[in-house]
Design a protein around this ligand. Structure first.
Ligand SMILES: [Zn+2]
Length: 340
């Protein structure tokens, strides 16, 4: 089967979106009533998925998407701890409803109710609820809940360790994924996302996180940001910092996806990285849904680029399925339980 490890619910029904708008409006005017959680019919959810993510999944020949709330709307920088707790629960419940309605095609990944300056311990209850009660297979971790101001400690700092301990206990990976940009210098999907992917990798080089947590696993999306293109720089920096070669230092625990929207980028990704470290993904319906006029195909139809590499059968099986099942063991178990 073909697993796409990176998709977001960007097409949520209006009630969900209006709830968020009302929540934000109340931050500006506390005299407004606290909005009620929206009532959204199954028919609305089915239509929003069938006409979008599921349609594209089937057209492009994939089987299952690892699905999480719309990343740019996580908005951890908006409001406070209480705001994020309510919003995360709402968003994660929407993912759970999609997975319940389309169990063959979607597996859930949660957002965390992070908020700037709030200890990561405050995110653990929601994480446990999503994994233990809702059957989610991973989480998205925002390394910069301030939305582009980078006020949190680096990912190698001990303040993050309670989350990592919980992830190891639950045997789930995290995708490192920022949200919207609150900094006009950083376009959200064009700069902030790419910066964060690259920044996270460099932070990991600077520490020894996987010496402390040998079973911790991170997926860095968008092909690892600038990292594969600058692989020599990062190898050299690691050496200069007295770290082991990247293969030992990070690459047993860090994985990149294939959300790179042109052939030369995918070709480079596979030239540089071992196929054990690459998970197929497209991030649709996402940042770049348009059609590339030079190819006539959608920019984010990444399966075409991977197919064009003409990988061996063994490598292809790893990238499209095996690596995802290894990195997300709860997904593997859920699939195995249904004979897949
Ligand atoms: Zn994403």
């Amino acid at each position: 089967m073909i697993i796409d490890c990176h998709g977001h619910y960007t097409t949520t029904p209006p009630g969900h979106n209006q709830f968020r708008e009302a929540q934000i409006a109340r931050l500006a005017d506390p005299n407004l009533p606290e909005p009620d959680r929206p009532t959204i019919g199954d028919d609305e959810i089915i239509a929003s998925i069938e006409q979008n993510q599921l349609k594209l999944l089937e057209e492009r020949g994939a089987d299952l998407t690892i699905f999480s709330p719309r990343a740019s709307w996580m908005g951890h920088h908006i409001g406070d701890d209480a705001t994020s707790q309510v919003w995360a629960r709402q968003c994660n419940d929407m993912i759970h409803r999609v997975v319940t309605l389309f169990p063959e095609n979607f597996a859930g990944v949660c957002m965390l109710p992070q908020s700037p300056g709030v200890p990561i311990e405050h995110s653990l209850d929601e994480l446990e609820r999503c994994v233990n009660d809702l059957g989610f297979v991973g989480c998205n971790l925002n390394p910069d809940p301030s939305g582009g101001h980078w006020t949190a400690a680096p990912l190698i700092d001990e303040s993050w360790f309670p989350l990592y301990e919980k992830m190891v206990e639950l045997d789930i990976p995290a995708m490192i994924h920022v949200s919207a940009s609150d900094n006009v210098n950083f376009h959200a999907t064009g700069a902030h996302y790419m910066n964060a992917d690259t920044t996270a990798f460099m932070q990991l080089i600077q520490g020894d996180l996987f010496g402390v947590f040998p079973d911790l696993r991170f997926v860095i999306p968008h092909g690892g940001g600038a990292v594969p293109y600058h692989w020599g720089r990062y190898r050299g920096l690691a050496e200069g910092l007295g770290k082991p070669p990247l293969g030992e230092h990070l690459m047993r625990n860090v994985f990149f996806d294939t959300c790179v929207y042109h052939q030369p980028g995918i070709t480079l990704l596979f030239d540089v990285l071992d196929t054990d470290n690459i998970l197929f993904a497209s991030e649709m319906v996402g940042a770049v849904p348009g059609i590339d006029p030079t190819t006539g195909f959608h920019f984010d139809d990444t399966k075409r680029y991977v197919d064009a590499l003409d990988l061996s059968e063994a490598d292809s099986a790893k990238v499209f399925e095996g690596n995802a099942r290894r990195v997300y063991p709860r997904l593997d178990a859920a699939l195995a339980a249904t004979g897949r």
